[in-house]
Design a protein around this ligand. Sequence first.
Ligand code: FAD
Length: 327
Amino acid sequence: MEQKIYPVCVIGGGSAGTMSVLRTVLNNDECLFFPGSPKDKKKSRALWVRKVENMPAHLGYKRGIEDPNAETLTWISESPFKEKLVLQKNTGVVQLRKEGELFHITDSKGQNHLARFILLCTGVMDVQPDIGGSIESVFDYANAQTVDYCLICDGHHVLGKRTTIIGHGLGAAWAAIMLYERYRPPGMRILTHGKAPAFDGETSALIKNYGITVSEAPISEIMGEEKGKVLRGFLLSDGEKVESDLCFVSLGLIVYNELARQLGADLDGRGFVKADDAGLTSISGLYVAGDLKANTKKQIYTAWDQAVNAANAINMKLRSSQRPKPL
Ligand SMILES: Cc1cc2nc3c(=O)[nH]c(=O)nc-3n(C[C@H](O)[C@H](O)[C@H](O)COP(=O)(O)OP(=O)(O)OC[C@H]3O[C@@H](n4cnc5c(N)ncnc54)[C@H](O)[C@@H]3O)c2cc1C
């Protein structure tokens, strides 16, 4: 028996992946969907997002990405488009290769599939600080959002709070400067956590001018209460206790580009996948959306917009390939 060829395969079940699936089935295109294995989900940003305060209509959700995404899949499964969605629950993709016009997909359960177009939405993850030999001590605080990661999403949390930034790069310095200029918090400190600050002269001068202090000693302990709901501050290895009500981690991102790499897609210097406005990469038939895509704001609403662009571009190609030829 000949193996089925799916017109579209969406990989990744976060903001970009779910919008890709929704737009694809609403376009009446059949969609093979891999939301990720439990391991993929655990290391995704989608899992770590709690309250989404910077988008209308999201405040009611306890888990700002997971809950609306689950509702969307439930709606599809009860809609007239339900036959268009082939959901591979709790399954990720481990290998992608292209032969001729077709993508060969190997999933995390060892099954093989074929598709004409791939919409890749595997996202990124924030680098966590290793405190006292483990990254786990920060998790309770991240869940309670007393430790934050995304400036656009949660920068407003610093209002009225003594704030620390963990990081030693220019990104960390400019996070501190931007938050100070915007919200004038009662205290702003950069903890480089054992690394030498990599700030240029102009940035260092501005930091000094604003009274932002920089400590280079490694952090040996994070101090707080109530399972991370209250952050008290950080104990440094030189014995200093830095009082802080809120912290931002600014240590960079891990980009989940492995599948794009397997296909040989062009990446930028930081590992993001290069693509045009519609999300088309350097590999014909391979599209990307969401945080994985180069030169984009890393936000839910931008992930949605990119997903719609990509799903529509794929639909246009599918329609035009089926159009009757002029006589
Ligand atoms: C703490 C935090 C708070 C945030 N708050 C906000 C906010 O308030 N507002 C906002 O707009 N943005 C917020 N963001 C940013 C937002 O989370 C991202 O922009 C958004 O999740 C990007 O969507 P994505 O689909 O690209 O990636 P993700 O949502 O991270 O989804 C990636 C998906 O890919 C899957 N996956 C990974 N590898 C594989 C594989 N090999 N096979 C199959 N599936 C795979 C994962 O299981 C996951 O489902 C926040 C981010 C963080 C870290």
